[in-house]
Design a binder for this molecule. Structure first.
Ligand code: ZN
Length: 603
């Protein structure tokens, strides 16, 4: 890697998906056909036989396959629209299409709800007969899961009404919050001029090397949210209230129930994970002490969590980053190396640094075309190298699944990060190996430990908050002050007292973090920690067994859409996730670099 200011980050190629961007006639035709087909599927649903005799079986099989086909088409339409809105945030036509496709999705969900209630009216024997047919065998897991979950729901009409009411009720609180957060601004001084910046731009200032900048960013963020805290508290209370009412009607006793179903994991597994973390994360204290000393801070505060340590002045041009990733991924698995090269050469990646693009990074599968697209902004630093490797991991996961049936390609969030974090770990470790600059080595080590720190403290605090909040919400509304109090207590416990007692907490975190408001995925926190530890466990096997593990790794990814999380781990790693051992090992390994970090900090 050489110093070079010419980053050469390319744009992506999406013309081959649909030519003409948001004005594409071909895409308009494609969407029109979805509407017609959705309507036709709704009509044939009405005519389907109530029972599963021989004719019934074949009619239902065909209809379910049509439902699956529509899902794939909707997925493609959604993925393409996502590309358009991300590459140009001012593409109004693309934003309009996004809402249009949301609408289609809800029609699709209604038909799925009908299938759910049909499924529970069938005897186990008849249902089994239906799934045993050649057409549905490959998506048997998905359909069985759907049926089992449907048994835990309300009657069909009530579920449908709930789905419908949720659009303008439940999910609207989420939208209202997003709008509120999007409109918030803080004022900063830039080149002697006062400028208003968004909360996202301000958040980036909290990772600046200068502590005064970080402090300023934090206090401005708190102050901005203070002005909206009452409204945010209402939004949070109302959506939680809606959720709990539905759970009560369904007979779900725990607020965690839905999140566990979504994650395809057992309660014991989640408990085992948190317990292993609580018992094994003590070494983080050494990490934070060494880091604080290095930074000249007595006790860290909220805004020091992502303070950088060490540095690297080097800029890595995109082609070099791409080569580096291909080399180190390819040395583990030839197939992965070849795939990665192909994704880069075929321009599946939008990496250019320009204005008008959305923030963040993601990878999306492009079904039917059997491809993927990666969105990010590559500016030539190590973060960018890590993100590129990460997203290429997601793309590989999609590649492994490309020939599976569409409904056997859907995996839970806690398994979604396996391939991405795997890639990230491999590339960060390789960068650390080849670096001969102590400052750079320190920076890379810090980045690695910082993630572990975040997963075991910050994310843990979110989980504790949600747990306490939902328990209290069952008895009534919580004031903004009560929410802040619960948040502070959660942070105290999760950060093991490492934050400054005086002024180190962020009580309004429940308002400033959009994750608490995501209605689509309740408890949008533990899957992060889960995914990180699970991926680390898989990565460790690759380190120990080398290329010999590559095929096993591929098989593991291929199964992520057709079994529970515990089954995937048992089949491919021989690990019992409900026991603490697997997690304890993973936590210990993730902190193994602490000693080296302390040593390098002292130099
Ligand atoms: Zn990811």
């Amino acid at each position: 890697m050489t110093g070079n200011n010419n980053i050469n980050a390319p744009k992506w190629e999406i013309e081959s998906i649909f030519p003409g961007g948001s004005k594409s006639g071909e895409f308009a035709e494609f969407r029109k056909k979805i509407v017609t087909d959705l309507a036709a599927a709704a009509i044939s649903l009405e005519k389907l036989p109530a029972n599963l005799d021989t004719k019934g079986i074949s009619d239902w099989e065909n209809w379910i396959l049509e439902l699956q086909r529509l899902y794939e088409h909707l997925h493609l339409a959604g993925a393409f629209t996502g590309c358009l809105t991300s590459q140009d945030v001012n593409d109004d036509e693309a934003h309009r299409m996004e809402s249009e496709i949301d609408e289609y999705y809800s029609r699709w969900s209604m038909m799925r709800a009908s299938l759910e209630s049909f499924s529970i009216r069938q005897t186990d024997g008849d249902w089994k007969k239906l799934l045993n047919g050649n057409g549905l065998k490959a998506i048997g897991f998905y359909l069985d899961e759907m049926r089992n979950n449907a048994r835990k729901k309300m009657p069909e009409e009530m579920e449908k009404l709930t789905l419908e009411l949720a659009v303008n009720g439940y999910h609207s609180w989420n939208r209202l919050y997003d709008k509120m957060a999007g409109d918030l601004r803080v004022e900063i001084e830039q080149d002697g001029k006062k400028t208003l910046i968004s909360m996202g731009q301000n958040a980036a200032r909290m990772s600046e090397p200068d502590r005064e900048t970080r402090r300023d960013a934090f206090h401005k963020m708190e102050k901005a949210w203070e002005t909206q805290a009452n409204l945010a508290a209402m939004a949070l209370n109302f959506q939680a209230g809606f959720r709990l009412s539905v759970y009560k009607r369904r007979g779900w006793d725990s607020p965690l129930y839905e999140a566990l179903l979504n994650g395809r994991i057992k309660r014991e597994t989640l408990n085992a994970m948190w317990s292993a973390i609580s018992n094994g994360r003590g070494k983080l204290t050494d990490y934070i002490r060494a880091k604080s000393k290095y930074l000249g801070i007595e006790k860290i505060r909220w805004y020091d969590q992502t303070a950088p340590v060490g540095k690297s002045a080097r800029k890595i041009p995109y082609p070099e980053a791409a080569d580096f990733i291909c080399e180190h991924i390819g040395s583990f698995s030839e197939e992965m190396g070849k795939f990665t090269r192909m994704a880069i050469d075929k321009h599946w990646i939008e990496a250019e640094d320009r204005s008008g693009k959305a923030a963040g990074g993601w990878c999306s599968r492009v079904p039917i075309r059997k491809e993927s697209r990666i969105f990010m902004t590559y500016t030539g630093n190590f973060d960018g190298l890590g993100t590129l490797a990460h997203e290429l991991g997601h793309a590989y996961h999609g590649y492994v699944l490309r020939d599976e049936q569409p409904l056997a390609q859907t995996y839970p969030m806690n398994l979604a990060e396996t391939a991405s974090i795997f890639n990230e770990l491999r590339v960060t470790d390789a960068a650390f190996e080849v670096s001969d600059d102590p400052d750079e080595k320190l920076m890379l080590l810090d980045q690695k430990l910082q993630s572990a720190f975040g997963y075991y403290t910050n994310i843990f605090a979110r989980f504790l908050f949600d747990t306490h909040f939902y328990n209290e919400r069952g008895h009534g509304m919580l004031s903004k002050d009560r929410l802040s109090q619960i948040m502070k207590e959660a942070q105290k416990e999760a950060f093991m007292g490492l934050l400054d007692e005086e002024d180190g907490y962020h009580p309004l975190f429940w308002a400033s973090k959009l994750h608490f408001f995501i209605t689509g995925s309740p408890f949008y926190n533990f899957p992060y920690t889960f995914g990180y530890l699970f991926a680390s466990g898989v990565y460790d096997r690759a380190v120990k067994e080398g290329s010999g593990f590559a095929k096993n790794y591929r098989d593991l990814l291929a199964d992520t859409g057709r079994m529970t999380t515990e089954e995937v781990a048992m089949k491919h790693l021989g690990a019992d996730l409900t026991k603490e051992d697997f997690w304890t090992d993973a936590v210990t390994r993730s902190l193994v670099d602490v000693d080296l970090f302390v040593k390098l900090c002292g130099k």
